[in-house]
Design a protein around this ligand. Structure first.
Ligand SMILES: Cc1cc2nc3c(=O)[nH]c(=O)nc-3n(C[C@H](O)[C@H](O)[C@H](O)COP(=O)(O)OP(=O)(O)OC[C@H]3O[C@@H](n4cnc5c(N)ncnc54)[C@H](O)[C@@H]3O)c2cc1C
Length: 383
């Protein structure tokens, strides 16, 4: 079967890429290894959506990008009258995982778009600087071969980039990863977002829990949900079983130390340890920290980013570097296109950027925008 554009990965960047290419009239195939679209946002049991707005809370929120990020925000506002929250020096948009998936599912309802979930064993054949075929296995075990015009890697860790032999950037060290726990039965206490990190930091300092427990966040779920979340930041090399074991010890510690936790229970955990960074495209341009600090613009700007650089240092925890107040930077289209495989594009965490630059450009709002830009560019080149 021949497709104009094939996208691998149906997360924050892949679904917008597929929707944008399909709206341009391209015949699109979207492949995903999980049963449902959503990517890290849903595996992380819900994140506030960052990177939609300029980082200036002295003024009303202003969207950085039109198109699908703007459509996304409008769709959230239909269900939540006031979803924008100021967090420190930035605005974020709160959104449940259920609503996130519903919006993505709506975007995928396009006659030009075929979605195949639970695919495994993707293989890629490249010849003369072009991806000629993609092979994969369906959930039913059937082997399929498809012929792409253009391919967009939205896997978050550059699997298609690697398989195609395209130039890629491989990080030399990985930042702290993530592991989320959904709880029920946590009693009301407005100070828990402060008390929980304080107690866990103390326990880590005294050696009763590992050091990385010092960087744990607590939050209640959406009003009326009865839910609460612990967000841990384990080292990138840790397995889900190891992270779950430590999370369970940390919960016991909180149950013993905080009355509000006495009747708490774990309902769900992340299915894996979630990586903030992986290998990615070597594009025609590599976005770097200096571009972000200087709020640089390019002639071929495809997207605007505004989130601070947010590096999760394994020793010091999250480190933030802000561009000037309200400032935003451009992400040139060249960061989305492979330097040596002509029909290969990337979006989300797979764009061509240094670790520092990606620590800003990877957030969901920006990932949606790079996805849309890559989808449109690939659809424009499929002939
Ligand atoms: C711990 C943690 C906390 C975060 N917190 C926030 C936050 O609060 N706010 C925010 O805006 N951002 C946050 N982020 C960042 C954000 O979630 C990601 O950077 C963003 O989702 C990147 O989008 P993506 O499309 O590149 O990858 P993803 O959303 O991860 O999507 C990749 C998709 O590709 C699929 N896939 C991978 N390999 C294959 C394969 N071989 N075949 C088929 N499918 C495949 C995956 O299953 C997945 O669905 C956080 C990230 C982490 C790790």
């Amino acid at each position: 079967m021949k497709y104009d554009v094939i996208i691998v990965g149906a997360g924050a960047s892949g679904v917008p890429a597929a929707a944008a290419a399909a709206r341009c009239g391209a015949r699109v195939l979207l492949l995903e290894q999980c049963a449902e679209p959503g990517g890290l946002m849903t595996a992380g049991l819900g994140f506030p959506v960052c990177g939609l707005f300029k980082n200036d809370i002295t003024r009303p929120p202003e969207l950085l990008n039109g198109g699908l990020p703007e459509e996304f925000y409008a769709a959230v506002c239909k269900e939540d009258r006031d979803p924008v929250v100021a967090m420190g020096r930035v605005y974020v948009c709160r959104c449940s995982t259920g609503l996130f998936r519903r919006i993505f599912r709506r975007w995928m309802e396009n006659i030009n778009l075929t979605f195949i979930s639970q695919v495994t064993g993707i293989e890629v054949d490249t010849a003369a600087g072009k991806i000629e075929t993609l092979r994969f296995r369906t959930a039913g075990g059937e082997e399929q071969t498809v012929f792409p015009g253009q391919v967009i890697d939205c896997t978050g860790h550059g699997s298609v980039i690697q398989l195609s032999g395209a130039g890629r950037i491989v990080p030399s060290a990985l930042p702290l990863a993530g592991f989320a726990v959904r709880l029920k039965g946590v009693g009301p206490d407005d100070l828990l977002p402060v008390k929980v990190p304080f107690l866990l930091r103390k326990a880590a300092g005294e050696g009763s829990l590992p050091d990385w427990c010092a960087f744990t966040f607590f939050s209640y779920g959406l009003p009326g949900s009865g839910e609460a979340f612990l967000k841990f930041s384990p080292p990138a090399a840790m397995t889900a079983e190891q992270a779950a074991g430590t999370a369970s010890r940390a919960l016991t510690f909180l149950q013993e130390g905080l009355p509000a936790f006495q009747t708490s229970e774990t309902v769900e955990t992340s299915p894996a340890v979630l990586q903030r960074e992986g290998s990615r495209l070597q594009g025609e341009y590599v976005l770097c920290e200096e571009d972000i600090r200087a709020c640089r613009r390019f002639e071929d700007d495809a997207v605007r980013g505004g989130w601070p650089m947010e590096y999760w240092d394994p020793e010091k925890g999250p480190q933030y570097i802000f561009a000037e107040e309200g400032g935003s930077y451009g992400i040139p289209g060249r960061c989305l296109h492979s330097v040596n495989v002509h029909n290969l594009w990337a979006a989300g965490r797979c764009i061509s950027a240094t670790s520092g630059a990606l620590s800003s450009a990877r957030v969901i709002g920006t990932a949606m925008a790079t996805g849309e830009a890559a989808g449109k560019a690939a659809a424009g080149s499929f002939k």
